[in-house]
Design a protein. Structure first.
Length: 201
């Protein structure tokens, strides 16, 4: 594609690096930004810079936050004895939208996937084991997507935690096989969480 401006070409190139954004969509977005007031574009740019510099991972659960502890971990009314293990931050948001879970979370940062080169050491599984070993946790809920990779990760975590005095449960299979948790509607997800069952090998 021939661009009339090197700056335009560079902006389109950067925008197209975002997931799901091709060259045509990137061009449309960049041209839209050029039609906006300069202040609005600068506010967008500044918010992205502050996002990258300021957002961090919770020291306990690895959820996104603005300080050392996320809002969920720092809320006294949350049930710290129940830990819901999820793949990513989007899953935390999805479960929170159900308004049916009052415990805390542990974000793995992915699931075991040999095809993509993701092993247990690339996730926060050892951090989860450390949390459980410190005591005070009575139940670990494995709330991973019902895929082959999710089941593999569930089994690996179960093996790591089976010698600790904690109940290990898995969300009910009201969610279709191969569906991703973050795209499940709140009612189905809430029922799956409420109807969790003990994990069995």
């Amino acid at each position: 594609m021939n661009y009339p401006s090197t700056l335009l070409q560079r902006a389109v190139g950067e925008m197209s690096r975002l997931p799901g954004i091709g060259q045509k969509t990137a061009l449309r977005l960049v041209l839209h930004l050029l039609r906006q007031e300069r202040g609005e574009v600068e506010n967008l740019a500044q918010s992205l810079i502050e996002l990258r510099r300021g957002v961090r991972y919770c020291n306990v659960c690895h959820n996104l936050c603005d300080s050392e502890l996320c809002e969920i971990c720092s809320t006294p009314s949350r049930d710290k004895s129940t830990v819901c293990v999820v793949e990513n931050v989007q899953d935390v948001m999805a479960i929170e939208n159900t308004q049916q879970y009052t415990g805390v979370y542990h974000v793995l940062g992915g699931i075991i996937s040999p095809m993509e080169g993701i092993g247990p050491s690339d996730l926060t599984i050892e951090s989860l084991v450390e949390r459980v070993s410190q005591g005070g946790i009575s139940e670990v809920i494995l709330a991973l997507s019902p895929t082959m990779e999710g089941d593999t990760t569930n089994f690996y975590i179960y093996r790591k935690l089976q010698d600790f005095p904690v109940q290990i449960s898995v969300i009910a299979r009201g969610i279709a096989q191969n569906d991703e948790l973050q795209y499940t509607d709140e009612v189905t997800l809430g029922r799956a969480l409420a109807g969790r069952i003990p994990f069995k090998v």
